[in-house]
Design a protein around this ligand. Structure first.
Ligand code: FRU
Length: 482
């Protein structure tokens, strides 16, 4: 199997060298969002702060910008601005993960980084790959320095999972609480409902099922990327459900990501009962834009709960064609967002380190400005009662009409995408962080966020703000050093 790993790694690094120039020549290459060196990127994995560095691993397919065999790529940074790329620490190279190293998380404990991931295995043959023909094993690797990774150890095999589940069980998120370690895994049950399995361990290696977290009503057939954490004393259960019907003001994408505020801690030593009922009518989507899925959170050494999402989505709308594929890459990650409990919901806002990327102030006259290369931070504060509209690159219109917020993309800039909406009582603040081909729009300090890719036709991006008496501040944004 080591031979296989060497072949895959060699081919990945060859492609990274070969396609580097093509990717770098792309004017839509992102400046201050993490994106794959070449090829395809999806979920953030293994987020943590370890020995003074922030580590961001990610689902990566250097072999093909349209996706395929998954490995983990690895970036690290001390300040979220200067990044180092460390190559590919995890590749499919053992019987437990031969068809792909899928998503997972990091646990920092005993001065060691423990990485848990799903080893995907697909058998050759005539299978439906739902109830048979695949495995989602839970695999552990350890690192003493955050870069060199030890041997793989399979801690849960497909056959260890409950019998009322299909073969779709994955995405371990591990955390410590008191003397115990807990792991949540997302799954698809045989009765076509999504749910979360909660395991407990004393030693990080032997895991016992403690309970199931399941919906108290219909809520999709599969829950991916589960997360369980507390913010200001509230327990939050986050996951990415699949199989929910689209609606006008929520669930507008094919798949969704959000959270439910629980009434109490859903686990414990003396807990009775084998399931916890998740009140899914409280589910709130993290993001209302076109490109957001499979986020992960972690707590940094300052106690901040930071969320990073995949700025992309799988099985997206067929009419959408991402033009960067021709330039050898696809998808990216969102900015890191601090999540804060406020007014009974979670607000998200870019961590303060992002402000250090602000460069020259941009002069805005009569609500109009033009920014070379299209990277900027635009901060608007206005009267809540007013309607407002902001237009970027003559094709992205973000507006509030007194009851509805909308993000509208022209045919050219949206490449097949048109409109996303949200209902709100008022808009008093809007912050738009625009990169060459992506925007993150934070409304009311993070009450709503709209994240989307867009493809301006020129590198110079015009901005027009129509918001009576609004205060406008605007900066050019510098790119990451990487
Ligand atoms: C979410 C997901 C995960 C899986 C990974 C594979 O986008 O489907 O459930 O582990 O991507 O790349």
């Amino acid at each position: 199997m080591n031979e296989l790993r060497d072949i895959l790694r060699k081919e990945a690094y060859r492609l990274e060298q070969e396609k580097k120039k093509l990717v770098e020549s792309d004017p839509w290459r992102l400046q201050f969002h993490l994106m794959p060196p070449v090829g395809w990127m999806n979920d953030p994995n293994g987020l943590c702060q370890f020995q003074g560095k922030y580590h961001v691993f990610f689902q990566y397919t250097p072999y093909d910008a349209q996706g395929g065999l998954k490995v983990w790529g690895h970036y690290s940074s001390s300040d979220w601005i200067h990044w180092d790329y460390h190559g590919i620490p995890l590749l499919p190279d053992c019987p437990y993960d031969v068809s792909g190293v899928y998503s997972g998380s990091a646990l920092v404990d005993d001065e060691t980084m423990y990485l848990y991931f799903t080893g995907n295995v697909k058998y050759d043959g005539d299978y439906d790959y739902i109830n048979n023909g695949r495995e989602g094993n839970t695999v552990l690797v350890e690192s003493k320095d955050g870069y060199t990774i030890g041997d793989k150890c399979c801690v849960l095999k497909q056959e260890d999972y409950p019998k009322d589940y299909t073969c779709h069980i994955r995405d371990p998120k591990v955390f410590r609480y008191g003397e115990n370690y807990y792991m949540v895994l997302g799954g698809r049950k045989k009765d076509e409902t999504g749910a979360i399995l909660l395991y407990v361990s004393k030693d990080k290696k032997t895991w016992n099922l403690q309970k199931e977290l399941r919906a108290d009503g219909p809520f999709g057939y599969m829950w991916e990327c589960p997360d369980l954490f507390s913010v200001s004393g509230r327990w939050i259960c986050a996951f990415s459900p699949q199989g929910i019907s689209r609606e006008s003001y929520q669930f507008q994408n094919i798949y969704h990501s959000g959270y439910v505020v629980l009434d109490e801690k859903p686990f414990g030593e003396n807990e009775k009962g084998d399931f916890y009922s998740v009140p899914v009518h409280r589910f709130r989507e993290w993001d209302m834009g076109f490109d957001f899925y499979a986020p992960q959170t972690f707590e940094d050494e300052n106690g901040r709960r930071i969320l990073i999402g995949w700025m992309g989505i799988s099985d997206g709308d067929l009419e959408y064609k991402n033009p960067t594929v021709e330039k050898g890459w696809q998808h990216a990650l969102t900015l890191p967002r601090e999540i804060i409990w406020k007014d009974d919901i979670l607000y998200q806002y870019p961590i303060k380190e992002v402000d250090a990327l602000r460069g020259e102030k941009v002069i805005v006259e009569n609500g109009k400005a033009e920014v070379e290369k299209g990277c900027f931070d635009l901060l608007l504060c206005g009267k809540e009662t007013e309607k407002c509209q902001i237009c970027l690159a003559q094709g992205l219109i973000f507006s509030y009409d007194g009851s509805e917020i909308s993000l509208e993309l022209s045919k050219e800039l949206g490449r097949g995408r048109s409109i996303r909406r949200a209902k709100t009582d008022g808009v008093k603040q809007i912050r738009i962080l625009a990169d060459t081909s992506a925007v993150e729009i934070y409304v009311n300090g993070g009450e709503y966020v709209f994240t989307t890719r867009y493809y301006p036709l020129e590198q110079n991006v015009s901005v027009q703000v129509d918001w009576k008496d609004a205060q406008i501040q605007m900066w050019e944004m510098n790119g990451f050093s990487w």
